[in-house]
Design a protein around this ligand. Structure first.
Ligand code: BES
Ligand code: MN
Ligand code: MN
Length: 446
C-alpha cells in the first residue's frame, strides 16, 4: 500500500471527530433564526483549516452567508487546485421522524447519521483528510473554498467570485458535492441539471363563501389550482410544458429494480415518464410541486377557498437555459387555469445546468486516482440534482478543469430524514483526493 493511502487511514479518526463537531452546528442558512449558527460553522471550518496548516485563512461574505477561503501556495511551476464544499445544510424537517437526533452524529452499521454528515460536511472532511494526509504540504497549491449558502441557490456566489477572484483562481476545481454510483464504485459526475422555480397563486373570489350556498356555481381556488398543476404532466407522467430542452444521457444501466430499491417506491406505484431511467433523471426536464399554501384540514370549514398557491420546481436538462425554462413554465401556468381563474406567477430561483467534457490529462489523473483508491473504475454519470454555481465558476475561470466528485451514495438520503454518510466511502473519497493532489503535482502549469 502506498504511503499516502496509509496516511489517509491514519488521519481519518481525527477527521471524523472534526466532521462530528461540524454536524453538531445547525448551519441552516435558509432559517433566519439559525444564521448565527452558520457564522459559528464558518468559524469552526476556518479554525480546522488553520490548524491543518493553511497559512492564509479568511471568512468572507458579500451580503450573503459567510464562506471560508483557505490558501496554501503552489510550489514553483505547480498547478493550483481549488477544493470546494459547502458548510450550510438543508433544514432537518420533522426531527421526531429521525431515528437519532438530526444534529447529533450517530454511527449505525458503518454509516454516520445526521443532517449534513454527507451533504456536504463530508466534502469539507474529504478536503481536510487529503490535506492532512500530505502533512499540510502537498505538491500543488491548494485553495479550499467552503460556501455557506449552496442549499439556498448560492445567491451571493458571483459577488464572492468577483471580490476574491485572485484568491480563488485555480487550474483545477474539485467540487466534492455529488454522488457515487454505489458504495464500491465511484462516480465522476459529468452533467448536472439546472433548476428554476416559481410560486403560482390562483384566485377565484375576493372572500370565502358558504360552500353549500355557492358550490356548484362558483369555483373554489384549490380545485382550480389542482387542475392547473395536473396540466403540467400528461397521463404517462411526461412533462407537458412546451418548449423545454432535452439532451442525451450517458449510457448506463439503471434497472427498474434499482430505482425501486434506491427510492423506496411503494408497491404498486409505477415510474413516470418515458425513456431510459438515466435519460429521465439526467437529460430530461422534470417538474415537481414542492409545497402548497391552502387551508389546512384541521381548520377547514364548508367554505369555498378564495385563493391558494403552490411552489413549482423544475429541473432543466444540460444545454437548456434555466431563465428561458422559467418563462416557458410561467406561460404554461398563465394559460392553463380553468374557468378564467386569475393566475399570478412569482418567479423564484434559477440555476443553470452544466455538462463537462471529461477528457484530457486532468480527468485521466482523476480516473487513475479513483481506480487506486476504490479498486474500481469510476462511472461517468449525470445527476438529476443541481449545483448552479458550477456554471458561475466555469464562467469566472474558463480555463480551469472542473471535476465533480462527492461523498454521497445511493443510501445517503440527502435532504431527507436519516441522512447518512457511508464511512467507507469517506475513506475512499479522501484517498482518491489525496492521490489526485499527488498526481496533479507532477503536471506543470501551462
Ligand atoms: N449536493 C447537492 C447537489 C446534488 C444533488 C448532487 C444530487 C448530486 C446528486 C446540492 O447540495 C443540492 O442539494 N443542490 C440543490 C440546489 C438548489 C438548492 C439551488 C438541489 O439540487 O436542489
Ligand atoms: Mn450539496
Ligand atoms: Mn443539498
Amino acid at each position: 500500500m502506498s504511503d499516502l493511502v496509509q496516511r489517509v487511514r491514519d488521519v481519518l479518526p481525527s477527521v471524523r471527530a472534526d466532521l462530528e463537531d461540524l454536524v453538531r452546528i445547525e448551519s441552516v442558512w435558509a432559517d433566519p433564526q439559525r444564521r448565527p449558527e452558520v457564522q459559528r460553522s464558518a468559524e469552526a471550518v476556518s479554525k480546522l483549516l488553520s490548524d491543518a496548516g493553511f497559512g492564509d485563512v479568511r471568512i468572507v461574505a458579500e451580503g450573503g452567508a459567510p464562506a471560508v477561503i483557505a490558501r496554501h501556495p503552489a510550489p514553483d511551476g505547480a498547478p493550483t487546485v481549488l477544493l470546494y464544499a459547502h458548510h450550510d445544510v438543508q433544514p432537518e424537517g420533522d426531527a421526531t421522524a429521525w431515528r437519532s437526533a438530526p444534529f447529533e452524529p450517530t454511527e449505525r452499521d458503518g454509516r454516520l447519521y445526521g443532517r449534513g454528515t454527507a451533504d456536504d460536511k463530508a466534502g469539507i472532511a474529504t478536503h481536510l483528510a487529503a490535506f492532512r494526509a500530505h502533512g499540510g504540504n502537498p505538491p500543488v497549491g491548494v485553495t479550499v473554498f467552503v460556501e455557506g449558502e449552496e442549499e439556498s441557490g448560492s445567491p451571493s456566489l458571483s459577488r464572492l467570485l468577483a471580490a476574491h477572484k485572485d484568491a480563488l483562481a485555480a487550474d483545477v476545481i474539485v467540487i466534492a458535492d455529488s454522488d457515487n454510483w454505489s458504495t464500491d464504485t465511484p462516480s465522476l459526475t459529468v452533467s448536472l441539471r439546472g433548476l428554476a422555480d416559481c410560486v403560482v397563486e390562483v384566485a377565484t373570489l375576493d372572500h370565502g363563501l358558504h360552500s353549500g350556498m355557492w358550490g356548484g356555481v362558483v369555483p373554489d381556488a384549490l380545485t382550480v389550482l389542482v387542475r392547473l398543476l395536473a396540466s403540467l404532466h400528461d397521463d404517462d407522467g411526461n412533462v407537458a410544458v412546451k418548449g423545454l430542452h432535452e439532451s442525451v444521457a450517458a449510457d448506463v444501466d439503471y434497472t427498474p429494480e434499482r430505482v425501486r430499491a434506491d427510492t423506496g417506491l411503494l408497491d404498486g406505484v409505477r415510474e413516470i415518464g418515458s425513456g431510459s431511467v438515466a435519460q429521465r433523471l439526467w437529460a430530461k426536464p422534470a417538474i415537481t410541486v414542492i409545497g402548497i399554501d391552502t387551508t389546512p384540514i384541521g381548520t377547514s370549514s364548508n367554505t369555498l377557498i378564495p385563493s391558494a398557491r403552490a411552489k413549482v420546481s423544475m429541473r432543466v436538462a444540460p444545454g437548456g437555459d434555466a431563465a428561458e425554462h422559467l418563462a416557458a413554465l410561467t406561460r404554461h401556468l398563465e394559460q392553463h387555469a380553468p374557468w378564467g381563474a386569475r393566475v399570478t406567477v412569482t418567479p423564484g430561483d434559477v440555476g443553470q445546468p452544466y455538462a463537462i467534457d471529461a477528457s484530457g490529462p486532468v480527468y485521466d489523473a482523476a480516473r487513475e486516482a479513483f481506480r487506486e483508491a476504490w479498486g474500481a473504475d469510476a462511472v461517468d454519470t449525470g445527476v438529476g440534482g443541481s449545483i448552479p454555481f458550477i456554471a458561475a465558476f466555469a464562467g469566472a475561470f474558463p480555463d480551469a478543469k472542473i471535476l465533480v466528485t462527492g461523498v454521497e451514495d445511493p443510501d445517503t438520503q440527502a435532504h431527507s430524514i436519516n441522512e447518512s454518510l457511508h464511512l467507507g466511502v469517506l475513506e475512499r473519497a479522501a484517498t482518491a483526493e489525496a492521490l489526485l493532489l499527488d498526481k496533479l503535482g507532477s503536471h506543470r502549469r501551462r
